[in-house]
Design a protein around this ligand. Structure first.
Ligand SMILES: C[C@H](O)[C@H](O)[C@H]1CNC2=NC(N)=NC(=O)C2=N1
Length: 101
């Protein structure tokens, strides 16, 4: 896989719900909150199926109605178009599942 690394600040101009990861790796992250666990897990299920189809997987965690997502391309050691594509899918799935934030 020869993914091109993107500039994080430049990439985030088109992804307003996302922020740069505050750590030692180039990555983007988003915090989400839903009405309840059912909505949060429904969202995660949609994203999991797409991630598997794309062979591109989020680093994430869930506590009740909250989901934390971090995207980076391990193979490229940075943020690539694959992260942007998944981030856009995540934004749509979040809206569909009625994300509160
Ligand atoms: C072998 C397999 O294609 C790779 O390990 C895939 C799987 N999922 C992945 N997910 C993410 N986020 N980054 C990768 O580089 C990646 N690589």
């Amino acid at each position: 896989m020869t993914d091109t690394r993107l500039d994080v600040a430049e990439t985030l101009k088109t992804l307003p719900a996302w922020r740069p990861h505050d750590g030692d790796r180039a990555a983007i992250s988003r915090s989400l909150k839903f009405a309840d666990f059912n909505a949060a897990f429904g969202f995660m299920t949609r994203v999991a199926l797409m991630a598997d189809k794309m062979d591109h997987h989020p680093e994430w965690s869930n506590v009740y109605d909250r989901v934390e997502v971090l995207l980076t391309t391990h193979d490229a050691d940075g943020v690539t178009d694959r992260d942007v594509t998944l981030a856009r899918f995540i934004d749509r799935a979040a809206a569909d599942m009625g994300a509160i934030s």
